[in-house]
Design a binder for this molecule. Sequence first.
Ligand SMILES: C[S@@+](CC[C@H](N)C(=O)[O-])C[C@H]1O[C@@H](n2cnc3c(N)ncnc32)[C@H](O)[C@@H]1O
Length: 356
Amino acid sequence: MELALYCPIHGYYEKQKDNVGRGGDFITSVSTGKLFGELLAYQFADWLEEEAGSQQPAVRIVEAGAHDGKLAADILGWLRAERPKLFDRLDYCLIEPSASRQEWQRKTLKTFSPRVRWFANLATMVVPEAVKSKPDPLRGIIFANELLDAFPVHRFGWDAPTRTWFEWGVAVDGDQFKWAKIQPAAGRSEGPAAEPGAASFQLPAALLEVLPDGYTVETSPAAERWWQEAAGVLERGKLMTIDYGFSDDEQISPARTHGTLRAYHRQRSSSDLLANPGEQDLTAHVNFSAMRKAGEAAGLKTDGFSTQAKFLTQILEKCTRDENFGGWPPARTRQFQTLTHPDHLGRAFRVLIQSR
Ligand SMILES: C[S@@+](CC[C@H](N)C(=O)[O-])C[C@H]1O[C@@H](n2cnc3c(N)ncnc32)[C@H](O)[C@@H]1O
């Protein structure tokens, strides 16, 4: 999955720039228009202004996985127009491991250039190359939109007769890929190393009694590691993610017998995950309970976990009392409906906010 998405030559995210939006493979909150970024900018300004008393010369927003940079442009554009004093102190950092994506993002964001910096990962941001011994503590906001659902996952199936989990692997059959069960290593009776009994996935014994044969789940240790690392580098401020996913108590559902891993190609969702590697997006639901635990283990407090609809509506309520938010043309109403309607992006997308 990692190669299919991120291989420097053939990876889906490396070679196709315009795969998001109405003409692309799927729509996102960002592709509906500027309002999503503007509402986030309003909320970020509020959070950063709460910090204003701390006498910090610069305020920092860190966005991870910024894709083509459009969300950053919407956020920065609104802050420059509506919060110019905050904008002048802003240090907007993008975490982007892909050199070609960084290049595309630089083009999109060139008018904001003195305010924007790029890093390949969180570690190089907090410990600059030149001064390895002096970490640069991160105070401010770290956030990502639809990053955690784009991390590779492990996929497990339930073998009801033996009441064990097995892991699905990918094998080569001629010039095709096919699913293959990974056999537990010889001498080990407890199954594959990343078996979903570990921290990220726990099911009550009573549920296992009735779980149908072949029931599929995914775990993403890579996403959990990323979240824990982000929590670890945050000295003070907020850590936020917006993704589709669920909490532990929603994880087992008859609607997800085959798991949540999906392929997207030209506005269509497909369960043929192994077809056209590098040509289709692959994404799985985020287990927010696992993220929450990872953040709390790193000392963060959980401020909120809600649907995107609730989160954006709360921001909108504040904006409408504030004459500085800007006008409200009909396009904004349409965008808000798409972002918050339960049948569009409002219910499936969730927002987790933690803080230190
Ligand atoms: C699904 S896109 C994110 C969508 C985007 N945030 C938006 O709002 O439209 C995934 C992005 O995450 C980047 N990415 C992948 N692994 C990453 C990592 N470990 N840290 C930061 N970004 C990563 C990819 O290069 C790509 O830019």
